[in-house]
Structures are given as C-alpha cells and as structure tokens.
Design a protein around this ligand. Sequence first.
Ligand SMILES: *[C@@H]1O[C@H](CO)[C@@H](O)[C@H](O)[C@H]1NC(C)=O
Length: 375
Amino acid sequence: MPSFTSKSLLTILAGAASVVAHGHVTNIVINGDSYQGYEINSFPYMANPPIVVGWTASNTDNGFVAPDAFSSADIICHRNSANAKGHAVVKAGDNISIQWDTWPESHHGPVIDYLANCGTAGCETLDKTALEFFKIDEVGLIDGSAAPGKWGSDQLIENGNSWLVQIPSNIAPGFYVLRHEIIALHSAGQANGAQNYPQCFNIQVTGTGTDKPAGVKGTALYTPNDAGILFNIYQSLTSYPVPGPALIKGAVNVAQARSAVARTATALTGLAAAPAATAAPATTTSVAAAPAVATTSAAVAVPTTTLVPSTTKAVTAAPTTTTAAPAATKPAKGGCRGKSQKRRAARRAAAAAAAAAAREAALARRHARDVAFLD
Ligand SMILES: *[C@@H]1O[C@H](CO)[C@@H](O)[C@H](O)[C@H]1NC(C)=O
C-alpha cells in the first residue's frame, strides 16, 4: 500500500516542473520472446495477478525511491518489492531488451543494470536483503556540452523507451535477479533530490561461463551524498561519475537498439530449465496457464497498457474447468420450499454481484488516486 508522507508529497510538488508520467517496465524481450513484467497499473488491484518475470512492487504512482531510502529495502527492487514467481531464460552473451511504457524527457540521468546470483534454490523465495548485486552495464552522461546534457535516459527514449543490456558471456549459469534502474537527476542538485527507479526481473542464465563476481547488498549500492547522486545537471558538463560499484570484468555496453517482439513467452516457474525459445509452445504455455486464466478474468476493472502482448495463448490453452457450475446441477426441489430457496439463491447472487461491482469501483478509484500523484 503506497503511503505518501506530506514531506515526500511536498518534495514531489517542489520538484515538479510539469506534471508528467513516469514509467515502468511493461515487458522484457529476449531473442524475440516477450515476457510480461509486473504491470503496476493493474496487478496491484487483482486478487490473483499473473505469474510474471517482473518483481512485485507497490509504486502504483509509477514513483521513485529517494536517497533518504537508500539504506532501506525499498532501494533493492522498488517499494515493498516481493520476488517474482516466474523467470525468463537467457544465454550468457545474449541481449535483453527492457521495455518501459514511457519516460519523461525532463528526467535525465544514467541507466544502470546489475545482476545478483540467487543460488541453487532460484530467485522466487529468497530474502531480497541477501542479494548481492554486481554491475554489468552503465550509461551516464553521453554529451554534456549543452546543459542539461544527453544521458542514458535520452538514449532509452530514442529507442522507443527501451534499453538493451547484454548478459556478460563470462557469467556462470544459474538463477539471477536482473536489477535495471534509471536514476533521474533533474532535481539532484539539491539534497535528497535524485529519483531512483529500480525494476527487477528473475532470469535463468545458461551457457558455459564460469565467473561468479562478488557483489554488494542493494542497501549498500548508493549513499545520498555520492558524487553521482547529489549532482547538478543544469550546467555545462564534461563528466559524470555513475554511482554504484565498478563494472565487472566482461561487462559490455552494447550499442542501443530496439528489439522486435516475435512471440509472447510465458514465465517459467520453479527450477524449470527449458530454454523458452526452443521449447515446444504447448509445454511453455501449460506451465503458467492456470494463474494466467485466474487473473485475466479479474483484470476488467483497471485499464491496462496496450504495449504488453496479451497472454491469450495461455488463456485459450487452459482447460475450461470453471464453466461447470456445481450449484446448477443439483436437482431442483419442488413447491414453496424450492421457490424460496431459488429466491434466496437469486438474492445471494445479486448481493455477490453488487459486492463485486463495489469492489471494482473501489479499485478503480484507488487506481485513479494513485496515478494522480504522478511526478
Ligand atoms: C546484442 O546487441 C548488439 C547491439 O545491438 C548486437 O550488435 C549484437 O549482435 C546482439 N547480440 C546478440 C547475441 O544478439
């Protein structure tokens, strides 16, 4: 549940040059396979959101983590984050394209990517505070000649709000959390003015690498007074120190480019190792078919982004077990008793429908209120 203190609200209002929408990651694309992310505009309002590769979080305002929270767990994978219950498969040396729904031009700053090894039990249940992140990619200031400069965030916008990161080929196979982050610096000239937008994804890296780089805890990545956090962009600049630990050996900043979506992929669960790209479609869809169905029906109340390829394949593949309503098959009783039972059943159904409608209306109101806090 997002809660805005009057202090953070004031900070937001003070820093807002104009009301603009921040963004979030809608999906990631690996060799044409698109995996859905945690859809912050709708999943928090669902009883059973789909299993996806993106970590759950409570930033329903599409908001940020401020420097005064750098030592809290919120900096790890965004506010009140919880482990994603699915993962994508990627070969070491391959690229992942991370697709944001939007990004405001005014929010200049670096784009940074980290990995943290989850160990043999995978990334679905481990304690996020134990994760140790090592940096695999960073792009800060590209051209500082004309203030406020050209930044990684500007390159992200140029590529349709997407970011391409290469999983270093020397990384040992295993389960990892990919921590992708934009740090907006438009207000960073003042204390506590930087805005961190971390987004996390579970991936399984395959390949023949052997490196297991050391990392640092999420809560130790940054401090509020780091040279790259407390930083004024409204001047002619020659350099910018990207905050966080140094890039690991083998890290490659690939040329930014868009990635086309060829297929919708379903998140793998547990320690499932089948590479999504080569698995038979029937196998991959069946893995997460049940949760996808359960949540699709709950999705009606809240607008969802159209950027995300829908999971219709999974939906249609699922067995339609819900159509057999047990109540209807009971033999009807005759006489007054049967009629009053029917009336009671009708009243119960009407009450349930009214309650569901009220719940949906309340969720829609909550969503409207949450997005009203933009910027
Ligand atoms: C990753 O992206 C870079 C830059 O666009 C490209 O040159 C390279 O071929 C890609 N690598 C793979 C394995 O697709």
